[in-house]
Design a protein around this ligand. Structure first.
Ligand code: NAP
Length: 477
């Protein structure tokens, strides 16, 4: 299991089959069993944190501070989903009593309830070795919903994936639960990943990764004899719009904050701000100069993989060679990781060329200069779909503020009026998923407690006998 040769397809079959064998049991399990598992996994992760962080740091270069924080987030969300289960969220029902008489007023007794989808294939993210990997948000949401999970480990952190999966197996064993509830496909290559998506016993896919990978796998999910939902979180350019009045009073501080967000984790966040939209004004000029200055001392570390580094270098080189793009800050030399880059382009050129709207994953941003708010609105419309839009300077109600907000709501899953988009809180109101190309299913979220709904399907029982409405405790609703 520890070698790097690809997992044969029959090993994938056996992982999916052992998951499928648990599906009915887990779908019918009650809140106490599910919550105990989620809490047991959280406790085990916390207890093994030092050892796991050391492995993760060797494989990802993300550093102990960030990785310790990520473990805390991962166990927090496992416990959060346990509380959701105990609150009855996956067992929610809508009960319409029968009304005698002819329709439309007269009606049968209808109870709408939620049915777990079945086995979820989960593609781990490269950039969140804990929070979006073996026991990350997708796994927690699926288990809470009543679905077993088959994890496709990310090749960027194979040892960590195996260690976390082994830890999960020990928890399952201690709780006398079937091992197949959390299965692992450790060394799948692209053929193996594709095979998993096409597997007849897989009922849904959760994916966090690149636009190209997500689109290829979504196509496979749609072309199956029985198509299945594909929940893909893909790339995003996360525009930040900053109005001159805000920059006149807070420009220096905001430049430092933004430089920190662009370079955080070497820019390897799906919420990293990639486009800064400014209105022509001396305050905007001063802000760009301050941003370039703030980049100078920013430390970066090695990127997650040679392929991701190559992608960054290619993206930066394409921008540097673009006739309409002006360099604002280019480092003298890179260190272990790439130093940050800042480029500038007019709104007109940005709107005209779709290539300028492609994500460059890493510490890089493109300043887009708009003549006025109307042009800034057209820039947002050209972006089309993004996980976030940040709007600085909209404290007061005005026509301009309303135009910007309307455009931001149309293209983004989350709109911020303060702060920076990196850092995605795990809450009930969170929305991490925006219109295409940032997500394949923008009506759902992959972060926060609403993420569980991706793996549940409504079923209405009509005129059901009493026994069919009883829960596992023999109670009827
Ligand atoms: P990736 O290359 O898409 O890989 C993700 C997973 O999908 C890996 O397990 C990969 O396996 C598999 N895969 C990719 N293409 C495939 C294909 N055609 N057929 C079958 N399997 C395939 O993503 P990454 O390694 O994380 O690269 C970084 C990129 O992901 C960045 O562009 C970034 O924007 C994006 N990303 C987005 C988010 C988000 O939440 N929106 C989060 C993290 C990363 P192999 O490695 O074996 O190909």
């Amino acid at each position: 299991m520890n070698n790097t040769s690809p997992t044969p397809l029959d090993a994938i079959d056996s992982s999916v089959q052992s998951a499928a064998a648990t599906a009915v049991f887990w779908a019918e399990s009650g809140p106490s069993l599910r919550a105990a598992l989620l809490r047991g996994l959280a406790d085990a992760l916390d207890a093994a944190r030092d050892e796991l962080v050391a492995i993760a740091d060797r494989e990802s270069a993300l550093g102990p501070a960030r990785l310790n924080g990520e473990v805390a987030r991962t166990s927090f969300q496992l416990r959060g989903f346990a509380a959701e289960v105990e609150a009855g969220v996956p067992y929610a029902r809508v009960d319409d009593a029968a009304i005698a008489g002819a329709p439309p007023q007269g009606r049968p007794h209808l109870v709408r309830m939620l049915e777990p989808l079945g086995v979820v294939a989960m593609f781990s993210a490269s950039n969140f070795p804990f929070a979006f990997s073996v026991l990350g948000g997708d796994t927690a949401a699926a288990l809470a919903a009543g679905c077993p999970v088959v994890v496709k480990a990310h090749p960027g952190h194979p040892q960590l994936s195996l260690a976390v999966w082994e830890l999960a197996q020990r928890v399952l064993e201690r709780q006398k639960l079937p091992a197949g509830l959390i299965s692992l496909v450790p060394n799948a290559d692209r053929e193996g990943g594709s095979y998993l998506v096409r597997h007849p016993d897989v009922a849904a896919v959760a994916f966090t990764g690149s636009y190209q990978g997500g689109m290829a796998l979504q196509k496979l999910a749609a072309e199956r004899p029985r198509p299945i939902p594909f929940y893909g979180e893909l790339g995003s350019i996360n525009p930040v719009v900053a109005l001159p009045a805000k920059l006149r009073t807070e420009g220096a501080a905001l430049a430092a904050t933004l430089a920190g967000s662009i370079t955080l984790g070497c820019g390897q966040f799906c919420t990293s701000p990639g486009v800064i939209v400014l209105i022509d004004d001396p305050a905007s000029d001063a802000f760009v100069a301050a941003l370039a200055e703030a980049f100078k001392p920013m430390p970066t570390h090695a990127m997650l993989s040679p392929a991701i580094r190559q992608g960054f270098d290619n993206g930066a080189a394409k921008l540097a060679a673009h006739a309409a793009v002006k360099p604002v800050f280019a480092p003298a030399a890179d260190g272990a990781g790439p130093a940050p880059r800042l480029f500038e382009v007019t709104a007109e050129a940005f709107i005209a060329d779709a290539h300028l709207r492609e994500e460059v994953f890493g510490p890089l941003a493109l300043v887009v200069r708009a003549a006025d708010v109307g042009e800034a609105v057209r820039v947002l419309e050209a972006v089309g779909g993004t996980l976030t839009v940040t709007l600085w300077g909209l404290e007061q109600d005005s026509d301009d503020a309303r135009h910007l907000l309307r455009a931001a709501r149309r293209v983004a899953g989350r709109v911020l009026f303060a702060g920076v988009p990196t850092g995605v809180a795990v809450t009930h109101a969170q929305q991490h998923g925006g219109p295409w190309p940032s997500s394949t299913q923008p009506q759902s979220t992959s972060v926060g407690y609403a993420a569980m709904q991706r793996f549940l399907r409504p079923v209405a029982l009509q005129d059901a006998p009493r026994w069919a409405l009883e829960t596992e405790n023999g109670q009827s609703h």
